[in-house]
Structures are given as C-alpha cells and as structure tokens.
Design a protein around this ligand. Structure first.
Ligand code: ATP
Length: 306
C-alpha cells in the first residue's frame, strides 16, 4: 500500500478575532487583528498523522481561492499527499471564531466546498481507497458522502469514523466502523436517553449499535477501548500534561490511532500511543500548530499504571 492512512473530510480556514465582548444583535464591536489558521477535522487529522511520520493522503474539497491555497500549502508542508484534494465548486469552508477575554469561543461555520464533497467524488477516488490501509472520516462533509466512503472500503482495509459533529448514522455505516471514535459529548448524543452513567456503560451501549469496535476519549483521563470481537472494555490512561489548549486534541488522537492501526497494531496498543499524542497536543496552542512530531510524543513510561 502506498498510504498508511487516507483521511476523507473537511478543510476549513479558521478566522480568529479576539473581542472584549461578543456583539449583541445589531451591534458592532472592534476586535483584534485577524489570525487565519488552517483547520477542519479532515485537514487536522491529515496534518497530525503526517507530522508523526505516517504516509498520509487527504481527500477533501476546497475553493479556488486564497484560503484554499493556504490549506493546500499547509497540508503539503506537513508532508500530506494532496493529489486527492479537489478544487472549486464553492468557496473554501470557513470557521468565523470570536474569542472573548475568558477564552470562550463563538463560532460560525460556513461549510462552503466541504458541503460539495460528493458521493461522486468518492467514487472517482477509487485508486486512493485501493492504496490505503486505513480510511478515517468525520461528519463535517455530507452524510451521503460518508455513506459512500463506508461502501468504498477495499477488502482488508479498515474504517475509523469520528461522528463529529454528531448526527444519526445509517446502520451500514455504523457496522463498517472499526473503531467508532467518540468523545463524551458524541457518546451521549448517539445514545440519547439510553446513555448509561459511566464511560464503560457508554462503550458497551455503543458497541450494541453495530460498530466492530469503539473508542471513547475521556480528556485527561485518556480513553476506553471496547472490542466487539472479544467484548473486552479496556481503560487506556493518558500521560499527565500541562493543558494549555485542547483544540484539536481529539483530531490528533484519532489520526494517531488510525495510523497505528494501519501499521497493524492491535487496537489497545494503538490507543495507548494515541493518548500520548493527544497529551502532547494539549500542551501547545492552536490545532495543527500543536500537533507533535514523533520525537515530541511523551514516552510510554510516563503513563501511570491504571
Ligand atoms: P477536542 O474537541 O478538544 O479536540 P475531544 O473532546 O474530541 O477533544 P478529548 O477526549 O478531550 O477529545 O481528548 C482526546 C485525547 O487528548 C485524550 O484521549 C487524551 O489523550 C488527550 N487529552 C485531552 N485533554 C487532556 C489533558 N487535559 N491532559 C492530558 N491529555 C489530554
């Protein structure tokens, strides 16, 4: 295989302005200088994996505009193969982010070209699917496109799906996930009223929805791995980290997990690596800027025994 990992997902330009307070309806406030950062869950995951050393390809759609060129450039700088990034059809996706002095965000997302990544685009990318051991997908692209991805998996390859932002998933998509990767918020959304009160209960209830395996991320507490083949639910503790900014931690975790699965690692082992990558990502500001190289991932010995 030419790629350890194919990421299918969104690419956004994050436009960030600091404000003293958020404007009320009809009001105008002055903000700080604009900062433009590459983002979107697909773009984030691809950069996170490539920075760790994974042979990574991205399948996404950006606009034929300055933001699209910036996103392509940041992917290439990280070493991501961008031949699968389609250009045009709508402006590049944008997240308009205002940050107040307490650090709270207000975000408006304009999906733009991400919403135009179509099932037809997936069918046209058969060669990429044939060349990747693991495919990672999130829900910042149309649901019918995600469903096409689940159907396009080549035999022997593995689908990693993070349902973010959470949305109802068809049974055949859930059934293809190995694993389904959720944080607490996504777990609760998917389980609704039936959610139990402990992560262990969530993991078991999520398995019952059909995925072959489930990983629940738990912030500083690490992750919980549930394998449908064995029925085992295994806690995977995270190293201690001085958390400065958790933005992108989930994307770094998922990318690292998917890469190690692509190398043939067993799920719990892959998660034990991924929590170390997530812990490294929270020690620096930003999303893509915060992702570690392999050298910057804390050693396994730094993880306390459970
Ligand atoms: P985000 O939305 O902030 O990107 P998330 O909610 O999707 O993240 P989390 O469960 O918060 O995902 O974090 C993913 C992984 O990052 C965790 O499994 C853990 O390894 C690491 N992590 C997150 N927060 C911390 C922390 N405070 N200390 C150490 N590791 C952390």
């Amino acid at each position: 295989d030419r790629y350890d990992l194919l990421v299918v997902g969104s690419a956004n330009a994050d436009l960030v302005v600091g404000v003293e307070r958020r404007p009320a309806a009809g009001e105008t406030v002055l903000g700080s200088d604009l900062a433009v950062h590459p983002g979107g869950k697909g773009g984030n995951q691809a950069v996170a994996a490539a920075r760790l050393g994974a042979r990574t390809a991205l399948l996404a759609r950006v606009g034929d505009d300055a933001h699209g060129r910036l996103l392509l450039e940041s992917q290439r700088a990280a070493g991501v193969e961008t031949a699968g990034v389609l250009v045009g059809g709508a402006p590049t996706g944008v997240a308009l982010i205002t940050v107040d002095p307490s650090g709270d965000n207000s975000i408006v997302v304009s999906p733009g070209a991400n919403a135009r990544l179509s099932p037809e685009d997936i069918r046209a990318a058969g060669a990429l699917f044939g060349a990747a051991r693991v495919v990672s997908v999130q829900l910042e692209i149309p649901l019918e496109t995600v469903a096409e991805v689940a159907g396009a998996m080549s035999p022997g390859s593995r689908l990693v799906l993070n349902p973010s932002p959470p949305a109802p998933l068809p049974g055949h998509v859930l059934g293809a996930c190995d694993p389904l990767v959720v944080n607490e918020h996504e777990a609760r959304y998917m389980l609704g009223e039936s959610a139990g009160s402990t992560p262990r209960e969530w993991a078991r209830a999520l398995l019952a929805l059909g995925p072959r395996s489930v990983v629940v991320t738990l912030g500083a507490a690490g992750a919980l791995v549930a394998d449908g083949r064995t029925g085992d639910v295994v806690p995977v503790p995270s190293p201690k980290a001085e958390a400065v900014d958790t933005t992108g931690a989930g994307d770094a975790f998922t990318a690292a997990l998917a890469w190690r699965l692509g190398l043939g690692e067993e799920l719990t082992m892959a998660a034990a690596f991924a929590v170390r990558v997530g812990a490294a990502a929270v020690t620096r500001r930003g999303a893509q800027e915060s992702f570690p190289t392999a050298d910057e991932v804390p050693a396994a010995a730094e993880v306390a025994a459970p």
